[in-house]
Design a protein around this ligand. Structure first.
Ligand code: NAD
Length: 425
């Protein structure tokens, strides 16, 4: 990592010039970011090797969030999203956090868990203890499945056994915990679970049924916290109201769902840009948002510090990798990882979590002050104006009329466009 993340004039130049600026700024060859140009990115032939029945590829805008400082190092963050305002909002909140030292992050070891469900067990509690007794044998069998991972310092680390009460009866569920190093790890742990399942059913004296990872990856957590200066946020009243907004999300699942979606606006964009599995991260986040009391709540928390500044914290599962999946095969994802400059999956998971916190603060600040629509409006107005048929020369006028009228709708854009073409103001 560490490249100065404040890019002056970045938004005022066209995309090709921005790519050139990235290369210059990061000291990398321009070629390393070439794949971010759609004409040089993922080909249909490459896509055809990735999934089934390929007929094309889908373009999603990829932007760069600026101003991020994480653990004292600057980082430029690639974000792939179709939603206007997301990249600008993250950059804006990162600029505010930067004044107080930026984001501080940490993470647990990259431990993923697979579950093996055993059905038709006569004595589930007895089976549980027999399986725990076989710990060393089962971990060894799992490791034999992935010598490369073991060679890299990863491998099976621990197992636990639960007896789960379900409608048809009691299931014995064995959890295999695996250090997956720089992989997301789904394939790695699934293969291990399949490899030990026959021995598990022998020991449990039942029938092994499901053998797959859990996306509730609560042994692979990433954390971020930051201080946001009260004056820059808009004053003590804004801090107070952001704390109120966070508190409602902690107390009310209806608000928590939208609060967490705001966090995921940032998180999913970086996960997608780096070719990682967005669904795995999102299901991990939502399952983590359910507390031990079974209630769905906010993933982040907001408080004030002794100086009246806003402090934000975020912790959630972050199963992302730098090997495997699409991260190594998708050319644009490879460019995105190069831009980040991260060397390990843990570093990547921490950057993503910092972006989630920044996104969250930006949304709460807008909600607690002018409302979310104003910031959204001009970007949204551009999309509406383009869909209504505005040309590049007509666009600025149509957008400013829609924003001034505070009516950003297709029918109004068509009316404004018709007036413009008829020569009326
Ligand atoms: P993978 O199997 O392609 O790569 C992991 C393997 O790479 C390891 O087992 C190891 O042998 C090797 N490896 C080489 N260098 C490594 C390093 N530095 N660190 C760790 N391992 C290294 O991929 P994966 O990460 O096991 O699986 C990810 C894929 O699985 C994603 O595409 C995901 O979408 C998919 N998947 C997800 C789910 C789910 O989330 N429920 C289920 C099945 C599959």
């Amino acid at each position: 990592m560490s490249v100065y993340s404040r890019l002056s004039g970045f938004r005022d130049v066209p995309p090709a010039a921005r790519r050139a600026q990235l290369a210059e700024h990061t000291g990398r060859a321009p070629d390393e970011f070439r794949a971010l140009d759609p004409s040089e990115g993922l080909t249909v032939e490459q896509a055809d090797h990735m999934i089934e029945n390929v007929v094309g590829v889908l373009g999603v805008p990829l932007g760069v969030a600026t101003n991020f400082t994480i653990n004292g190092d600057d980082v430029l963050v690639p974000m792939a999203t179709e939603e206007p305002s997301v990249v600008a909002a993250a950059s804006n909140a990162a600029r505010i956090a930067r004044a107080a030292g930026g984001f501080h992050t940490s993470s647990s070891r990259p431990i993923m868990q697979a579950q093996i469900q055993v059905v038709d067990v006569e004595d589930p509690e007895g089976a549980r203890l027999r399986l725990l007794d076989a710990r060393a044998e089962l971990l060894r069998m799992a490791d034999e499945q992935d010598p490369q991972l073991v060679e890299l310092g990863g491998g099976a680390r621990e197992l636990s056994v639960r007896v789960v009460e379900a409608r048809p009866g009691r299931y014995v569920v064995l959890h295999l915990m695996v250090d997956v190093r720089d992989a997301m790890g789904a394939n790695a742990v699934n293969s291990m679970a399949e490899a030990v399942a026959t021995r598990v059913e022998e020991i449990a004296r039942g029938r092994a049924l499901l053998r797959i990872l859990t996306n509730k990856a609560d042994t692979r957590l990433a954390r971020a916290n930051a201080v946001f200066d009260a004056a820059t946020l808009g004053g003590a009243d804004v801090v107070r109201d952001i704390v109120h907004a966070g508190a409602l999300a902690e107390a009310d699942p209806y608000r928590a769902a939208t609060h967490n979606k705001g966090i995921l606006n940032g998180i999913t964009a970086v996960v997608l840009a780096t070719g990682n599995d967005t669904r795995a991260v999102e299901s991990g986040a939502h399952s983590h948002a359910v507390g031990s009391d079974g209630r769905y709540t906010a993933l982040s928390h907001f408080e004030t510090d002794a100086d009246g500044n806003l402090t934000g914290t975020l912790e959630l599962p972050m199963p992302v990798g730098l090997v495997g999946g699409a991260t190594k095969v998708h050319p644009a994802a490879r460019s995105a990882v190069r831009l980040l400059g991260v060397a390990t999956a843990q570093q990547l998971s921490e950057v993503i979590t910092a972006v989630g916190l920044a996104q969250n603060v930006a949304a709460l600040r807008a909600l607690a002050t002018e409302g979310i629509q104003r910031g959204h409006m001009s970007l949204h107005a551009r999309n509406v104006a383009v869909s209504a048929g505005a040309s590049a020369t007509e666009l600025p006028q149509v957008v400013s009329r829609l924003v001034a009228d505070r009516v950003v709708r297709a029918d109004h854009a068509e009316r404004v466009l018709a007036e413009l073409r008829a020569g009326r103001p």
